[in-house]
Design a binder for this molecule. Structure first.
Ligand code: MN
Length: 739
């Protein structure tokens, strides 16, 4: 049982409410306090049975959102009331009509807007981006909807710790994809940075912790540096009677992380960990000249980098940001960014344009008109956008998050992947089991292969098959660490499983052959089959690369057969000597056979089991009835031939100038689409002028599997062909195989 002191809780609710009122007081007009009180009691009553995931009374949340609106965005009564009521219609019995009756149309419209936004995500669909744009368009009529929503999101992010992990990731992804760029666009820098940091904290906790820790550890050195750097400036500014403050704050954890990733450097190598900010208090009409005067003082002491001067005072940024930036050389040879701005500019930069309300112009009018200009600018930005919704959102996100790609599941859930991620990365992101069984995907309803690179806003559906298994080639086209690790695990697991089977087969066979399962005999086996480790031996037997009947030949192998009789005879016990014995058996005195030139000297044929082509490593093998046969050294029969009939092996290599066509078999695997076969055959016959002997194709559940037999000149010709075929859209893998 959760013991809650309800009396104490009530007191705490009232305390928080009073704090809100206290913060809002400077901006309240007549009747405002009464309205806020009414909203507070309405909300507290409506939510009274509800608790947040953390166990706290629900009303703590609307109160906190309202407080963010006042304290961190600088909003007034309408927003406070809306913030207090923002979850009432969505989560309680209250209807919009009730709000309209009690609080009027203006508040109702804002609450309606806020309720709709959460709908966009809750019932998220592929239309998310489009909905988001529409929502912004209709709702920017009253920009407070967006601002209150941002405050709501900020508080939810601050309290994300009590949410289950999957919710944390979903909320954090939405935040970095939509809300942080939105805050940036609206000029709410402090909120934007905090949202980004919180995103990092919940998605890359270790990284977050490490950077936070390092910032703390380097604080003393930094402070000493900043004090030394600013000392002469302080003195000079005082001489000129400036009313000023100098801050030297480190950059946000998120932006430091971004720098580390982008430049691929450790924390210690980031030189611009912080910026110096000089904030002066001056009248509105002297702002510009005063800032330039400060610039002049700074550059009297430190040499500026002319390429790094940014004047956002003469031409403010679209989101209203005003400031003068320069980068100067400090006395110890380190570049330092200096930002010069007035108190008013600083407040706008931190809290956004809403903060501007507080400033009165010369005539004593509050500059409500400034806010209007800003709102209409936001509206313009939204309306001008006649490109697609995705581009809009991308544009919105600017170049801030280039390292990541944002894609949707069929149900509309947002997933964040490293940029360059493929359909296979996405499959592993969903679940490692889905990744391991992935055979392809549908991206925006179109079939694509595993290695298809994803773009922002893609909606991805993964196709799986129970027959699918990860292979080494997959490692070439995944970029996420998660997918890489899982594939490697699966490969290892699979190999281990097969080796396990191989081990059983061997020990069973040895028993049948009455050979003891001693270490020496295993070493002999290794040497006989020419594999370097015991694991490889087990694996090769398990996977059939070494056939069980070959184990029998092993027993008959002369150099060893004595040992198996295990009485007299010399016992050789180390692997090295076994290998030597085999080398001896292979017989090295044969002359090299030149394939293509020695045609008339000897009778030879290419072995059917491995279809060697010029360029392959090969050897000749003297058969009893069919003359010499040429095998690839990679032929599955090679170990047996070399080991048990070493004396019949003839060294062979390809004569260099040889024009003949050789038959090879290729397996092509891909996702099926109309025209795929045509594309494949066009490349084979038209582009590379290769003759095809046969082709068989099997398409099953959208997967294309073709076996093609064709004639090539040599391995480089074959490699080129494989390369070209792999470029065909839909083709996932092209492999030579032995039929
Ligand atoms: Mn809320």
């Amino acid at each position: 049982m959760l013991a809650v002191d309800l009396e104490e809780e009530k007191k705490e609710i009232i305390r928080r409410y009073r704090k809100l009122l206290r913060l809002a007081k400077p901006f309240l007009k007549q009747g405002d306090a009464k309205l806020i009180k009414k909203a507070f009691y309405t909300s507290a009553e409506a939510h009274k049975e509800m608790r947040r995931k953390s166990g706290e009374p629900y009303i703590f949340h609307p109160l906190a959102v309202a407080q963010i609106c006042v304290e961190e965005i600088g909003l007034g009564t309408t927003s406070i009331v809306s913030a207090l009521l923002h979850d009432v219609v969505e989560d309680t019995e209250w209807e919009l009509e009730d709000i309209n009756r009690e609080f009027g149309l203006k508040i109702t419209k804002i609450i309606d807007g806020l309720t709709k936004i959460s709908g966009v995500f809750e019932n998220g669909s592929s239309q998310q981006a489009e909905n988001f744009r529409k929502m912004l368009l209709t709702l920017s009529e009253d920009v407070r909807v967006i601002l209150v929503k941002l405050a709501d999101r900020l508080h939810n992010m601050r309290t994300l710790g009590s949410m289950p992990r999957n919710k944390q990731l979903k909320i954090a992804s939405e935040t970095i994809y939509l809300y942080a760029p939105l805050a940036h666009r609206l000029g709410l820098y402090a909120i934007k940075s905090e949202l980004e940091d919180l995103y990092l904290r919940y998605t890359e906790h270790e990284v977050y912790k490490e950077i936070a820790e390092k910032i703390k550890l380097t604080k003393r050195v930094r402070t000493r540096f900043i004090n030394k750097f600013t000392k002469p400036l302080q003195e000079e500014l005082k001489k000129h009677d400036f009313n000023f403050a100098i801050k030297g704050r480190p950059k946000s954890i998120f932006s430091i992380w971004n720098k580390m990733k982008k430049q691929d450097i450790p924390f210690e190598e980031i030189y611009d960990l912080f910026a110096i900010r000089i904030i002066i208090d001056t009248s509105l009409e002297e702002e510009k000249s005063a800032c330039w005067q400060v610039y002049s003082i700074v550059t009297d002491f430190y040499q500026p980098n002319p390429d790094r001067l940014r004047d956002w005072i003469s031409t403010p940024r679209a989101n209203g940001y005003e400031s003068l930036h320069t980068t100067v050389m400090s006395n110890n040879g380190q570049w330092v960014e200096v930002q010069i701005r007035t108190k008013r500019m600083d407040e706008i930069a931190e809290k956004g344009y809403a903060a501007h309300w507080k400033y009165k112009d010369n005539a004593g009018n509050s500059s409500e008109s400034g806010l209007e200009t800003w709102i209409s600018r936001v509206r313009d930005m939204l309306e001008q956008n006649d490109t697609t919704a995705i581009e809009f959102v991308d544009d919105f996100r600017g170049n801030l998050f280039n390292e990541e790609v944002f894609v949707f599941t069929p149900k509309g859930d947002l997933k964040t992947l490293p940029s360059g991620a493929t359909a296979l990365d996405f499959a592993f992101e969903i679940h490692s089991e889905i990744g391991a069984r992935c055979i392809g995907a549908k991206v925006n309803q179109k079939l694509v292969p595993l290695n298809h690179t994803l773009k922002n806003g893609d909606q991805v559906e993964i196709l799986t098959s129970n027959k699918q298994k990860p292979n080494e080639g997959w490692l070439r086209f995944v970029v996420s660490t998660k997918a890489r690790a899982k594939i490697k695990d699966e490969l290892k697991e699979h190999k281990k499983y097969i080796a396990e089977e191989g081990k059983e087969i061997i020990s069973r066979k040895l028993r049948q052959l009455k050979i003891d399962s001693t270490r020496e005999n295993y070493d002999r086996l290794r040497a006989f089959f020419d594999v370097s480790t015991q694991f490889d031996l087990f694996y090769k037997v398990g996977s059939g690369l070494i056939a069980t009947r070959d184990l029998k030949r092993f027993k008959e192998f002369k150099p060893f057969s004595k040992a198996f009789k295990n009485d007299n005879g010399t016992e050789v016990s180390d692997a090295k000597s076994f290998e030597k014995e085999i080398k001896k058996a292979k017989g090295k005195n044969n002359d090299m056979l030149l394939i293509g030139e020695d045609m008339d000297l000897v009778d030879y044929r290419l072995a059917k089991c491995c279809n060697p082509i010029p360029g392959d490593d090969v050897f000749g093998f003297v058969t009893i009835n069919e003359g010499i046969k040429i095998h690839r050294t990679l032929c599955p029969n090679t170990p047996e031939l070399l080991a048990s009939h070493g004396h019949r092996v003839v060294k062979a290599k390809w004569a260099s100038q040889h024009q003949e066509a050789f038959l090879v078999s290729l397996k092509i695997i891909g996702t099926d689409r109309v025209g795929l076969i045509n594309d494949v055959t066009t490349i084979i016959s038209n582009e590379l002028k290769v003759n095809m002997r046969s082709m068989s194709i099997d398409t099953d559940t959208g997967i294309f599997e073709g076996e093609i037999m064709l004639y090539v000149n040599d391995t480089s010709h074959l490699d080129l062909l494989i390369q070209e075929l792999e470029k065909v859209t839909g083709v996932v893998k092209v492999q030579r195989f032995y039929s």
